[in-house]
Write a protein that binds this ligand. Structure first.
Ligand SMILES: [Zn+2]
Length: 175
């Protein structure tokens, strides 16, 4: 629309805002995506703008309509992190590392690697020895959750462990 003297733009701040909200989560064709990309390439944003923008998105994310729109828009799309292994969230750094995904055997090898064979019983102080091929002192789990947490384990001889098991139903890990 050519500039016309005396004409006020019919678009107000409010209408711009509404238009922007309508665009969120809307389907965008591949060609349009390319155009947007081209336009944004090499564009420099000031630090202030970036900060303000990320703040704006964070605020928006608190709103239900915004989240719903984005969820709808991304339905059926391949998750951005699907099939990718992130070093920073694998192994120790994973929030679920203490979880039971590794299971009994995973924790078993973990505690053995870390602590080796227990030398003596924490209850009676008895020294460890071999009964055939089995070591006489076990790592007993206190919580039954097999936590990767040293405080969740104690070294018990077979005798003490049996006694302990009568009170608790904890499973032992044979060394
Ligand atoms: Zn003992």
């Amino acid at each position: 629309m050519p500039f016309q003297k005396g004409h006020k733009s019919f678009r107000t701040k409010q209408s711009y805002k509404l238009q922007g909200q309508k665009m969120i989560g809307r389907f965008v064709s591949q060609a349009t995506r390319e155009k947007i990309k081209l336009k944004a390439t090499g564009r420099k944003f000031s630090k202030e703008f970036k900060e303000a923008d990320s703040k704006r998105v964070k605020e928006l994310w608190k709103k239900k309509w915004y989240r719903n729109k984005l969820v709808k828009a991304h339905l059926g799309q391949k998750a951005w992190n699907k099939g990718k292994k992130f070093v920073q969230i694998s192994e120790k750094n994973h929030w679920n590392w203490k979880g039971d995904k590794v299971g009994y055997h995973g924790v078993h090898s973990w505690i053995r690697k870390l602590l080796g064979k227990p030398n003596s019983c924490e209850h009676c102080g008895g020294e460890g020895r071999y009964n055939g091929s089995k070591w006489s002192i076990h790592w007993a789990n206190k919580s039954q959750k097999y936590l990767r947490d040293l405080t969740d384990w104690m070294a018990l001889c077979v005798k003490c462990h049996r006694r302990y098991d009568r009170k608790n139903t904890n499973i032992i890990i044979n060394q």
